[in-house]
Design a binder for this molecule. Sequence first.
Ligand code: MN
Ligand code: MN
Length: 289
Amino acid sequence: MFHDLCMMDSLSDYSSARYVLFGVPFDGTSSFRAGSRWAPDAMRKASANFETYNSYFDIDFEDLLIHDAGNFEPYSDVEKTLEELFFAVEPIVKDGKIPIMMGGEHSLTYPCVRACAKHVSEDIGFVVMDAHFDLREEYGGVKFNHACVSRHILNDITDKYVTIGVRSGPREEWEFAKDNGVCYYTPDIVREKGVKTVLAEALEHLDCDKIYLSLDMDALDPSFAPGLGTPEPFGLTDVEVRDIIRILAPMSIGFDVVEISPEYDGGQTALLGTKLLREFIAAHAAANR
Ligand code: MN
Ligand code: MN
């Protein structure tokens, strides 16, 4: 991995870093509007907008050990990409660091969760914010399509699974979720109960100390995040997603922001995704001072 464009305030070298950022410019299975391959660099550019100081957490990014490892070079084939990405992420986890991926499409989350799960002794939970269930067994004949990521994580890695923001899927996916006791929260439920109540319930359901947290940006309402591969109205607000991240970051051992498609807006989705990524780091660092 090598790159000249850098996430602001990632001043650490790899060996002393606590947080290791990397981009994966891959959107090979994207079904509607491709283009998330451009997101990692759009996020790095957007990061120049932000101050190093986070007043809510009283955290200065200049004091944190963040390393930007550049972009992983994907293959044209999705399975090969996922396989090699696993081997790229595994050493980061093994070295006791927090991997933070800037996608790319959502299929890329699978090897990141697998790498994290492999190196913790206890069961890890998987919490995902997404407009979609991503619970299909396969899509368009492709097993590792981005519309299937949660199904494979659920099948292969952990059944400690919660999805927040879901509001779109064929009848079969809703039925699958109900029949299999999948813990899901639509934006309507989040609004009705509030983020704190939802997360208290979710954590009880997960019953574990460590999670991997994944943000498919289409969890957000397209009015906040219009630059997406598959925008879906009536989503979560920016503040709801921020609050979910603030609460869950301290127990997270890995994080990603995926599915931003920067060519479909004037830069605001990359800006918001980057801010949320920085909020994750600040919340994690504040809890683990
Ligand atoms: Mn997704
Ligand atoms: Mn989605």
